[in-house]
Design a protein around this ligand. Structure first.
Ligand code: ADP
Length: 177
């Protein structure tokens, strides 16, 4: 029993993160290619509390994290108060907005509502350490990457479920006591 560590399967961040292997992909927002309508669709089609912002779908390089409620408030307010903000307006999270054809609707700049340094771990991080980080830093969510590409997300609730599962499987485990 002393060698328990050797036998026990170590759960890694990749085993707990969403999406799971056969789930639909992570719902992300691209930093400067989506329109107001695209982002409103992401908001109505999902219930997630937040969305990672990436450079592009191809690169999956993480730029930041934006909360659902901040998106809703900002878009609603811009549609009411900001001239020219319509469904086809681009939303940009970059520092400089890319040039647009003069006929295009003005873009909506939302960099100010984005968390520019969301907490990130790699997919190989042991859950033991992830739990510790969540506790010590009081995280609500944490993003998971592999070789610099965004792979998934772990929320506080995901961590709590994982802890409950571990306690069920192994009531003697002192790891989480
Ligand atoms: P909670 O975990 O508190 O319910 P959410 O509603 O944000 O918080 O997330 C619900 C589930 O969906 C969680 O398991 C989480 O890992 C996952 N999730 C959160 N955000 C996203 C996203 N943008 N794309 C895909 N899955 C997500």
């Amino acid at each position: 029993l002393e060698a328990k560590e050797e036998f026990s399967h170590k759960t890694l961040a990749m085993d707990v993160m969403r999406p799971r292997r056969n789930d639909p992909t992570l719902t992300v927002i691209t930093q400067d290619t989506m329109t107001v309508a695209d982002i409103e669709a992401a908001i109505t089609e999902t219930t997630y509390s937040g969305f990672p912002v990436v450079v592009s779908r191809e690169s999956q390089r993480l730029v930041g994290f934006v909360l659902r409620r901040d998106l809703i408030i900002s878009i609603e307010s811009a549609r009411k108060k900001q001239d020219g903000i319509v469904s086809s307006s681009r939303i940009s999270f970059t520092e400089h907005t890319p040039p647009q054809p003069p006929t295009a609707a003005p873009s909506l700049k939302l960099r100010s509502i984005m968390d520019l340094s969301p907490f990130t771990i790699t997919d190989q991080t042991p859950m033991e350490i992830v739990v510790d980080i969540f506790r010590k830093l009081g995280l609500r969510q944490c993003l998971v990457t592999h070789n610099g590409r965004l792979l998934g997300i772990i929320t506080k609730k995901d961590v709590l479920k994982h802890i409950a599962q571990m306690a069920n499987q192994d009531p003697d485990s002192i790891l989480f006591n």
